[in-house]
Design a protein around this ligand. Structure first.
Ligand code: ARG
Length: 259
């Protein structure tokens, strides 16, 4: 008899505990579901993905995020910060997501979750048109400017040595240093590279041998419900052609690399 009572007690306790745990989870609804607001962290020095126009952050990422927010019936708030700070802001829950032409890398995947990919890129080397860097081999031993913590920084450090890398908080600052003759080249994603070259006289681009990169939206690993909601909307926008239309508004179709 004692044994049966003990067993019943254990069973009751187990059920209570499970129900309790369940309740706790329900209480931990993502704040986005209540506020109906998505907060996007970005670094708006990266045309055509994010940059300022008339005091407002515009570009491919801003438009895609707005389309996602519209689809979910949420408002969108964009927070501009150092590229270097975006993942920490995402991890801490200070923002809903990081969207900054951000490449999926194994190191980043270890600390955040990524959405489906919505765009691709390759790294480019910006040089002075009349300078002596004509091929990738010529980059060896030269002063290379990069935006801190970007894939350009990571790859260039690996390939050319930390002692040759000059890190800048903005891609535009790296390009200004190149124009001023303080460094010999800048390694950065191909689309901003094209925009920087178009905005500054006397610069030109070499493509690197680095593999194609996939851009995606970063989320805290602790926030899978929000990730699923945002990613669900993103996938619908990919499938119905909206994302392609937004990208082609900023990057003429003939320049988009074939998939
Ligand atoms: N794709 C590169 C990376 O993920 C560079 C991204 C820089 N983005 C920016 N908004 N500044 O590292």
């Amino acid at each position: 008899m004692k044994k049966i009572i003990a067993l019943v007690l254990v069973a009751v306790l187990t059920v209570c505990c499970l129900a309790g745990c369940g309740n706790k989870k329900e209480n931990k609804q993502p704040k986005e579901f209540q506020t109906k607001e998505l907060v996007m962290a970005t670094n708006a020095t990266f045309p055509p993905y994010e940059y300022y126009e008339n005091g407002k952050i515009v570009g491919i990422d801003a438009e895609i995020a707005q389309a996602i927010a519209d689809k979910l019936g949420y408002t969108l708030k964009i927070e501009d910060m150092e590229f270097d700070s975006i993942l920490a802001a995402v991890q801490s829950g200070k923002v809903t997501m990081g969207m900054a032409g951000m490449t999926i890398t194994p190191d980043r995947e270890a600390i955040v979750d990524f959405s489906n990919t919505y765009a691709t890129a390759v790294q480019s080397v910006i040089v002075k048109a009349d300078g002596d860097i004509k091929t990738l081999d010529d980059v060896t031993g030269k002063k290379i400017g990069v935006q801190t913590s970007t894939t350009g920084d990571i790859y260039a450090t690996d390939d050319y040595g930390d002692e040759n890398i000059e890190r800048y908080s903005k891609g535009t600052d790296a390009v200004a240093a190149l124009v001023a003759g303080k460094i010999d080249c800048v390694i950065i994603d191909n689309e901003p590279a094209k925009a920087y070259v178009a905005a500054n006289e006397g610069l030109t681009i070499l493509d690197t041998a680095y593999a194609e990169e996939q851009y995606a939206i970063a989320f805290a690993k602790s926030n899978p419900l929000v990730k699923d909601a945002v990613n669900g909307a993103l996938v619908e926008l990919i499938n119905d052609g909206t994302i392609k239309k937004i990208i082609e508004k900023y990057i003429p179709a003939e320049e988009v690399p074939a998939e």
